[in-house]
Design a protein around this ligand. Structure first.
Ligand code: HEM
Length: 544
């Protein structure tokens, strides 16, 4: 026993000497690793404690990004709490690397993901790596062009209900010829009705009956959870970063934070509804094996009962997937449609040309092919999606030390110029889809202007592959699963709405700003507490 004592004593002495040396070495290595990030230019930050990430997430989408892009370049150093560098990515090649070439090395932002998990469970937008690949493979067939086409009649019926509702409001307005209507609220209800039917054969009746419990619970939910962050929100996220996963989740499950409690209540309502529908469907699916049913829940139910165990979804994956359809599929599409109306209201000549294209079809029940072959309709949607991406910023975190290649060489503070940026493991990234979509090097000098004709070729035609050109649906292995669904829904809605009605700006719409952070939300600044608003003047369209 005694013979060990000197060794221990010696090792303690060694340890005592080793700790500061190791700490110094670690500090030096980290500093070296972080040196290029620290040498990156970026805006001044007043607060060591809070950092300045909240300033960009709480500002109008794109406003600070574009200012910094022209001042500092396409990669900007922001500051998280405790002086941790956060990277704002606006470089096109860099973005492609993060989304596509190196998708497993740039995972979802761990702490933000805890919040997404509360809303969505363990579904595609919140899972990574092999689990993500497996689930995506199971769900992909349900979102093919052939499956999505079958939803067109539902979209057409719902779009017509919306037109009828707005016509009634015009008839009842003071002069009976025009009414100022908050389009965003009705649009969200109409698209929720559509997703209810096509996703799980359920009538929310949101447009007829605004009192529906689930509709109210989901109203502006993404904006209320992620929109307009306060400085202390970023600080709270950085505290979560030192907790193990299970402790962080347990803490959030109990935390008395009002917006979290609202999210949990909405989730509980959705869970109940989905579990009930799911039970019915599973019984149906196992009894009937009815392969003709195309609603997404039937397709997922068939995956649930699949003989191939690897291609089977678990109970919780099923419920989470359905919740994701409601959230990922609804607000994104309704927001895009609302912004399309806003852009058309502000471009009356183009709106008139589009209406002519619609009315010349001589039918109010266009086929999938009719919609695909309408150049102005598709150019409107492509340009709206480019200008107004519903997810303006997405969040990532480096899982390993990485090197991001750049389209344009970047000058650092210390005078060096780099063509690849080293990014240490753990670095948080804000990837700006909005910056890509308005990047002058990609779209030309008029990149900031709404010009749908940019999508037309010399013969006035537009290719549907244009839906891949902007970054609006993301890119690579995590690209939006529902993009075809969203495009068809937008085609069907705009066909009816623009065909029957005319849109013009209102006093309120002239004040609208674009709030990012979560979903691109139209906000009237002096009425911030009212949430999403897009008041437009609507009248009957002339029928030629
Ligand atoms: C205009 C409407 C839409 C826009 C702009 C949009 C945008 C996006 C974006 C940018 C992503 C990638 C996020 C990331 O990389 O972190 C995404 C993913 C996703 N979207 Fe959409 N989306 C829309 C509509 C829809 C619809 C209608 C559905 C389903 C019915 C849907 C389901 C999904 C799912 C499941 C994912 C996760 C994909 C994965 O991680 O593999 N989206 N969406």
């Amino acid at each position: 026993m005694a013979s060990y004592l000197p060794v221990l004593a010696e090792s303690n002495t060694l340890l005592l000497a080793a700790v500061p040396i190791a700490t110094a070495a670690l500090w030096y290595t980290l500093r070296q690793r972080r040196s290029d990030l620290n040498a990156l230019k970026g805006p001044h930050c007043d607060s060591w404690l809070y950092g300045n990430v909240h300033t960009v997430l709480g500002a109008e989408l794109g406003q600070l990004e574009r200012e910094w892009q022209s001042q500092f370049g396409d990669m900007v150093r922001l500051q998280g709490p405790f002086n941790n560098p956060v990277l704002l990515v606006m470089d096109p090649k860099g973005m492609q690397h993060v989304f596509q070439n190196s998708v497993d090395n740039f995972r979802l932002d761990r702490e933000r993901n805890f919040f997404s998990e509360i809303l969505l469970g363990n579904s595609l937008p919140v899972i990574d790596s092999d689990q993500h690949k497996r689930q995506r493979k199971i769900l992909l067939p349900g979102f093919s062009a052939a499956e999505v086409k079958s939803h067109l009649p539902v979209f057409t019926v719902d779009a017509n209900k919306l037109v009828d509702k707005w016509k009634k409001q015009i008839d009842n307005a003071g002069n009976g010829t025009a009414a100022v209507i908050n389009t965003t609220s009705d649009m969200t209800k109409a698209t929720l009705d559509a997703i209810g039917i096509v996703a799980f054969d359920y009538s929310f009746n949101a447009l007829d009956d605004g009192e529906n419990e689930l509709t109210q619970a989901y109203q502006d939910i993404l904006f209320s959870l992620f929109g307009k962050p306060k400085p202390q929100d970023e600080l709270a996220l950085s505290f979560l970063s030192i907790l193990p996963d299970s402790v962080a989740r347990a803490f959030l499950a109990k935390a008395p934070i009002p917006k979290l409690q609202r999210a949990k209540a909405a989730t509980a309502l959705a869970d109940g509804l989905i579990e009930r529908s799911l039970k019915d469907k599973q019984i149906q699916a196992s009894v009937e094996h009815d392969k003709s049913k195309k609603d997404i829940l039937s397709l997922i139910s068939r995956a649930y009962t699949s003989d191939n165990i690897k291609m089977r979804l678990s109970d919780s994956e099923m419920v989470s997937t359905m919740k994701t359809m409601i959230l990922a599929g609804n607000d994104t599409t309704s927001t895009s449609l609302t912004w399309a109306l806003y852009e058309l209201a502000n471009h009356p000549e183009f709106q008139a040309d589009l209406r002519r294209e619609i009315q010349e079809k001589n039918t109010w029940e266009p086929s999938f092919k009719d919609l695909e072959n309408m150049p102005l309709l598709n150019a409107t949607i492509m340009e709206t999606l480019r200008m107004q991406p519903s997810l303006g910023t997405v969040y990532r975190q480096a899982a390993v030390d990485e090197l991001i290649p750049l389209s344009t060489p970047l000058k650092l503070k210390d005078g060096r110029t780099i063509t690849d940026l080293p990014v240490p493991k753990g670095t948080k990234l804000l990837v700006s889809i909005d910056a890509y979509n308005r990047h002058p090097d990609v779209w030309g000098a008029d990149s900031g202007e709404f010009n749908p004709r940019r999508w037309l070729d010399a013969d006035g035609k537009v290719g549907t592959s244009g839906y891949n050109d902007a970054m609006t649906f993301g890119h690579g292995a995590r690209r939006c699963l529902g993009w075809r669904f969203a495009v068809l829904e937008m085609q069907a809605f705009l066909f009816q709405v623009i065909g029957h009605l005319e849109f013009a700006p209102s006093a309120g719409s002239k004040k609208v700003i674009r709030m990012g952070g979560a979903i691109l939300t139209p906000i009237v600044p002096e009425e911030f507490e009212k949430g999403a608003q897009m008041p437009l003047t609507i009248s009957y369209a002339k029928m030629d």
